[in-house]
Write a protein that binds this ligand. Sequence first.
Ligand SMILES: Cc1cc2nc3c(=O)[nH]c(=O)nc-3n(C[C@H](O)[C@H](O)[C@H](O)COP(=O)(O)OP(=O)(O)OC[C@H]3O[C@@H](n4cnc5c(N)ncnc54)[C@H](O)[C@@H]3O)c2cc1C
Length: 344
Amino acid sequence: MGENSVMQIESGVSLKPYNTFGLPALAHQFVRVRSEADVRAVVDHPSFGRAPKFILGGGSNIVLTRDVQPLVLKVEVPGARLLEARPDAFIVEAGAGENWHDFVAWTIAQGWPGLENLALIPGTVGAAPVQNIGAYGVELQERFESLDAVDLMTGRTVTLTREMCHFGYRDSVFKHALAGKSVIVRVRFRLPRPWKPVLGYLEIARRQAESGIAEPDAMQVFDWVCAIRRAKLPDPAQVGNAGSFFKNPLVSEVQCRDIIGRDPEVVHYPLPDGSIKLAAGWMIDACGWKGKSVGRAGVYEKQALVLVNRGGAIGAEVVTLARAIQESVYGRFGIRLEPEPVML
Ligand SMILES: Cc1cc2nc3c(=O)[nH]c(=O)nc-3n(C[C@H](O)[C@H](O)[C@H](O)COP(=O)(O)OP(=O)(O)OC[C@H]3O[C@@H](n4cnc5c(N)ncnc54)[C@H](O)[C@@H]3O)c2cc1C
């Protein structure tokens, strides 16, 4: 067992308060990890060391369909500090258990802007690199310096650079080779100096035009992003959800032309690499799903990409609804939508 760690394993813990969808499920075994030593204590434990594990942050990107058999490691590593004020960037570090939005707000208040477009995304700092969170024209990888993670086989802490994380669209090495194998304990961010606002996203540009502010500061952009998100996304504290339920599919130009031939209205964005991103929410809406329900799971009225818990839903209802949506989108567009949250 690690030096400064007293490991407390809890049994039969309800995970309902720990997932933003508000789905019911029990963790057979549950342990909170507040430090690297805590993770090592789990790895070195005679009976839990080799047992399968599930790493839990804020539970805002998971769908619980049953009780969780693996040992749940709830990551609660605290702390945030400025590591370096370089001429070209502020290097800021945060513990994986910090709340993402609070961390973003804190960096801006300290005068280290750069994360404002990613305001109000639920969850923890430690989960942010897992799917390379992104919103309103900025992805985590553009502000990422490095991270420390504890290997669940060896108990050793390794540092991963940006290249080693293999970031992609809502993707990283933590969804592939390192999935479930490595607990991120600290993340470091590189916030470029001089700061330049990212205002290209349509809704931000609209807010800016309305306000007449030619040169907004980071706090202003932060406020716009929060206002836009509050207007169109359900607050998990009121309506259970996991944000965007499906990834926006990437298709080739030929595929896209074929779809446009049949559905001229399809919302699509050309990407620098020549592929085209289709708006999954538009496709779901086009199939008539907005506002519909299957059992106690439903499609959010204001945004068809978000599935919601209408009250008392279980994971199986969410999965049934998701499958029905996938089938109708496939039937009409020939595209198989891929869920964004992790299904358990
Ligand atoms: C209302 C709403 C809006 C959202 N908007 C966005 C958005 O704009 N952009 C976006 O990208 N996402 C968005 N999301 C999705 C979600 O907020 C992010 O994916 C977030 O980073 C998940 O953090 P979490 O701590 O809740 O992770 P969890 O849901 O707890 O875990 C997600 C995955 O990460 C793994 N994981 C968690 N912590 C660690 C760790 N420390 N080390 C290793 N693996 C770990 C888990 O095992 C799991 O596989 C939204 C969700 C909601 C509910």
